[in-house]
Ligand binder design. Sequence first.
Ligand code: ADP
Ligand code: AMP
Length: 218
Amino acid sequence: MNLILYGPPGAGKGTQAKRLETTLGVPQLSTGDMLRIARREGSELGQRAAAFMDSGQLVPDSLVIDLIRHRIGSKDCAGGFILDGFPRTVAQADALDEMLVGLGRTIDAVVSIEVSDDEIVRRIVGRLSCGACGTVYHEMSMPPRVPGQCDHDGSVLVQRADDTEPTVRSRLGAFRSQTSPLKELYGSRGLLLEVRGDVPPDEVTRGILTGLRHGDGR
Ligand code: ADP
Ligand code: AMP
């Protein structure tokens, strides 16, 4: 199963990707997580991406396209993948098409998680993330079992530097101007599966799995 999770920042893509990884047995490919790891490691790529990320802008296409190109052909993606946060521009979608042709694969569905802007701001300013495994929590609606600690590995939970209200507004602006054309693009190919994102996480997962079973998307 080759999936793209589409939606604005804070829609719940990472939350759903982690659940679907377990249910579908295919890995999550999150460009946001890859970039944060590159920054932590102090690589040249991480350094080039930092200023864009901190100001809520998209990083240049070539950086994320290279990240995905290196990852998508690897062994653990042989049975499929869940793209989370990529593609985010038409140029990225075109590059993905090319990579998939090269690999002889196609996208099965593009899952669009639908959430209002007010809910997005509420979700992002309360988001806590595990620096080790990337699992996300919300301080009010999805708290960890022990405050400040990841349920899976006990690591300290942190608030992302870009999870502030002003940065969320610019990330939403980038989503509208640069990413939203992709919805029409994938819709015109009959790949779009729209699910309600303003319901509890289990219900969102159910909506996705039911849609995929019914062959929505493709
Ligand atoms: P994205 O990957 O799309 O940026 P996340 O999965 O990181 O979004 O979710 C953003 C925030 O919203 C997190 O704090 C997460 O715990 C919370 N969240 C995700 N899905 C839901 C949901 N269905 N209901 C309430 N809160 C949610
Ligand atoms: P995310 O974790 O998906 O919210 O991404 C965090 C930040 O990383 C974004 O605000 C962008 O600066 C950058 N980023 C992640 N994925 C992409 C992408 N596909 N294209 C451009 N920038 C990206």
